[in-house]
Design a protein around this ligand. Structure first.
Ligand code: SF4
Length: 213
């Protein structure tokens, strides 16, 4: 089947409209949220962010003792591990004096390598940060993108980077498109292409191999 990532984007965008992600008040909150959401759902992250809100700036989290941070983010699960990951991220961020604009000036690939060298920051988290905090156009490969493209009938690479390269080479290098694309795929996976898909009325129905109903 011929792959057409642009067509999928257009169909999703026409159906759901702009998503204006990430759901955070600041880029810093976005980055903390991207660590908290690892292996859990957004509802649990919201509860953790609510408790963390009085400390949601890099200086305050830097000063918070590790154990206290872990207790504040308890609802996100794996809280001891995630507290260590947030502290490791803060240590890296501090090397730039917590200056997001300074980091934004870095080359996308160079910055990605730096993020991946931080303990607990994997490809999906690094790419979410690159896209939503540092404004680098990048396709985020997650379980939802894998599920939707697979069901449509695309034979996608198993490796994260292979999957990403394939999609990116057929899309314009555009921040708005990548920002919306990831958010639209998440929305689509929640509304129609669930674990048990609801294919009736799906905006991708006409191009999908696996209509189940
Ligand atoms: S038609 Fe069904 S399987 Fe295909 S994308 Fe839509 S919900 Fe998913």
């Amino acid at each position: 089947m011929k792959r057409d990532y642009q067509l999928i984007y257009e169909k999703l965008y026409n159906h759901y409209g702009p998503q204006s992600w990430w759901p955070a008040e600041t880029p810093f909150e976005m980055m903390v949220g991207s660590i908290l959401v690892q292996n859990t759902n957004w509802r649990n992250v919201e509860k953790a962010l609510l408790k963390l809100r009085p400390y949601l700036d890099p200086e305050s989290i830097d000063l918070l003792p590790l154990e206290e941070l872990a207790q504040l983010i308890r609802s996100s699960g794996f809280f001891n591990i995630k507290a260590k990951r947030i502290k490791a991220f803060i240590k890296w961020f501090k090397e730039y004096n917590f200056d997001i604009d300074r980091i934004k000036k870095k080359d996308r690939q160079e910055l990605r390598i730096e993020l991946l060298s931080i303990n607990g920051i994997g490809r999906e988290t690094a790419d979410a940060m690159l896209l939503y905090a540092f404004e680098k156009p990048v396709f985020v490969v997650d379980a939802y993108a894998r599920r939707i493209f697979h069901r449509i009938g695309y034979d996608m690479p198993v490796s994260y980077d292979g999957f990403q390269k394939l999609v990116e080479k057929e899309l314009p290098y555009d921040l708005v498109i990548q920002n919306e694309y990831h958010a639209l795929l998440v929305e689509h996976a929640k509304q129609f292409c669930r674990v048990k898909p609801i294919c009736k009325g799906c905006p991708l129905l006409s191009i999908c191999d696996q209509q189940i109903d």
